[in-house]
Design a protein around this ligand. Structure first.
Ligand SMILES: [Fe+2]
Ligand SMILES: [Fe+2]
Length: 185
């Protein structure tokens, strides 16, 4: 298998774990428990800054090659690009609420739950679409030479949370993730 596809599948597995943590925190709010807001903010910061910075560039390597294909394939690929934009905006809206004044008010908590669940659902559906449609399509239509080019560009991209576990910015998040491994399994 292409190194990039393997790396993307690993990214999706890690993102899935983080989404489960956010989901469990939102569910805690719904039953009147105190959520771990700092952890939720850390996760969303990771999603916004680093998933975009390290995950999408890998997908962009594939997308750039597929955009050279026929119009039917291009239409499918363009829908993925549009989802990257809409999910990023949904993430920003959710992150904004996590930093909002009056976060413990009923109104803000209700908004937080609605936005959080919408973000989680959109990202899960997007990853499923990539795994079931985009990646198989790429594996079917791209040439050996194109995969060599894509895999050759992968070395420049790494991930500070999951590939360099001691990165200072995400040490706390990694520790919390490790503590919640059973929840995420
Ligand atoms: Fe994506
Ligand atoms: Fe993805």
């Amino acid at each position: 298998m292409s190194q990039v596809i393997a790396a993307l599948n690993r990214d999706h597995a890690n993102i899935t774990k983080l989404l489960k943590i956010i989901e469990s925190e939102i569910l805690a709010i719904a039953v009147g428990k105190a959520p771990d807001y700092p952890m939720m903010r850390d996760i969303m910061r990771y999603m916004a800054q680093h998933s975009d910075r390290f995950h999408h560039p890998k997908e962009d390597l594939i997308i750039a090659q597929l955009l050279k294909c026929d119009s039917v394939i291009r239409a499918d690929v363009e829908s993925i690009i549009e989802e990257h934009v809409s999910i990023r905006l949904a993430g920003l809206e959710f992150s904004g609420l996590l930093g909002a004044p009056g976060i413990d008010s009923v109104d803000v908590r209700e908004q937080l739950g609605a936005c959080g669940f919408a973000y989680i659902r959109a990202l899960r559906e997007h990853m499923l679409k990539e795994e079931k449609q985009l990646f198989p399509l790429a594996l079917e239509v791209l040439t050996h030479k194109e995969w060599e080019f894509i895999d050759g560009a992968l070395d420049a991209i790494d991930d500070p949370l999951f590939d360099e576990m001691n990165a200072d910015d995400y040490r706390r998040l990694y520790r919390l993730l490790a503590e919640r491994t059973e929840v995420c399994a």
